[in-house]
Design a binder for this molecule. Sequence first.
Ligand code: IVH
Length: 673
Amino acid sequence: MAKLNQVKQRIEKLRAEINHHNYRYYVLDSPEISDAEYDELMRELQKLEEEHPRFLTPDSPTQRVGAAPVEAFGVVEHPQPLLSLGNAFSQEELAAWYKRTSKPIAGEKFDFTCEHKIDGLAVALTYVDGRFTTGATRGDGLRGEDITQNLRTIRSIPLSVPRDAPARFEVRGEVFLPKAGFEKLNRERAEEGLPLFANPRNAAAGSVRQLDPRITAKRPLDIYIYMLGYAEGKATPPTHWETMEYLKSLGFKINPNNELLASIDRVEKFYHTWVERRESLPYEADGIVVKVNQLDLQERLGSIGHEPRWAIAYKFPAIQGTTRLIDIGISVGRTGTLNPYAILEPVSVGGVTIKQAALHNEDDIRRKDIRIGDTVVVQRAGEVIPQVVGPVVSKRSGREKVFKMPKRCPVCGAEAIKPEGEAMSRCTNAACPAQVQERLEHFVSRVGMDIRGIGESQSAMLLREGLVKNAADLYDLKDKREQLVNLERMAEKSVSNILNAIENSKRRPLSRVIFALGILHIGEEMAEILASHFGSMNRLANASREKLLSIPTVGPKIADSIVAFFRQEENQKIIQRLKDAGVKLEEKKAKPEELPLAGLEFVITGRLEASSRQEAEAKIKGLGGTTKDNVTRKTTYLVVGADPGGTKLSHAQELGIKQIKEEKLRRLLERKA
Ligand code: IVH
């Protein structure tokens, strides 16, 4: 019995720890431990729960991987209806809303909160006695679908909240897929020949409304909470802003871009700032939401139909346009894929001229029935590459032409084939100049070996001049300094930079090298899995198909691709040469005490310019340093940012602690990284 009690205690301790680290990672973006350490905790918990199923509870962090599929979603009645929002499309319309709103509450003092209107899916999350019990879609506002199991997989949704939270309450928020996750998902779907999601909103909705929560669990969904629905058993703050602060203290993720603003002019400014900067946001926003901050005034204002009078969505200008599809071009990818793209009559969309847009694959073109000569709708949905949404069928003249994938590679003329079950046609010639160049570009790219100074044009030039034929040749360039300096638009300085960057790339982690090799179907994530599983390039290269298949996330397609890659003599030679050049092909896990900032303690005061304090702290910790909130005798450095308030600075002076500026911290982090 005593033994069982110990197990239970250990399980509870592990859960608390994992929840804490989830919160640091997914809500604060500021992890305290490495992924490996986190995995270790998770494994221990999983093992204990497997051995002692009686202790398994639905709010255990292990349950985030996704429960078994369901036939259909249950129905949830919303105790308080979920409202929608009226829209304003111009300054005049916002002013009119302001007038309408201030009239009934004339004489009252009030301010506004402004938030981004994220384009995702509205959800209501109910907590009872500290536990997340029900998650529902908006539905028709009165009844939604029960998607609790799917929402559990979203790491930024707390499964439990502190004891002093209200006994029963509901928060509402927007579940969304960040732009990067959306692009990645669509890239994968294009490769697999699955229909693409038109925008992050559809992708988020499609992911959340999966009958199989295990699929939801694989999508990088996130959430921002934007409202407290109701709370019982405890008084909550009198304003929206303070309520958000309160919810933050309970562990909910609140958008850090929210602002409390004193006047409608400030609201207008907030809007314009984000019209300019919306593209830089990691998520898709289609406007801002303006809310009267005082909750008693919200109540007095009430709503008309579905729309509250105390809030409005002030929409960003559309970033869609129509133009003519002049032709469909083909570019050749690094694995030989023939990628169709739209050649457009130039059109200005949201202030940017678009001449080309992505078309993904032949099936997608056919599914959308896009024909050459069509008038098409194009959109910039935050992605770098604009998309063709679809044709305007009513504008057809009858002379439009249906697109056919060429049977030969447009670059080298070799035969192009479309393997059974795949979505993309491929050029069959591995020596195709387009493939060779794409492979080189991939190798040096930021996500690959990160060799700065060699981009698209430099890669092309190096190949054209015969200075390199493949990635391994890069490491011989140091003996060809003369020839490099003589190249067009190259000078001593840029050559030195490039050679330095090549030298530095030798120390990239194994996962990056594996990814940089450009093995078919091996993305960044898979490269990491392979690196941590095998620990060396050699072991990976010699792994049998069976051995590869024994890794849970590796399927036959990936295993075959890896085996085929390492079987090719050409690839074996490249890897041998990388090794001879001194590229690190082994993963030696650094012991904590060997990390570059080990033993150094940092305290930060004031505002940092280059990154948030959280980011800086995460980097320091990643390099083995520690961070503290207060200066003590043990502090190594006080990092002094802009406008330092508080007593940290004077304290550091008293104790004679060394002070450094942000710039110095940055160099410290870069040099050691
Ligand atoms: S407040 C009564 N705040 O927009 C207020 N909504 O048309 C109701 N949305 O379905 C919502 N970001 O999903 C609010 N910061 C935000 C929002 C937001 C996105 C969505 C929400 C709702 C729709 C309203």
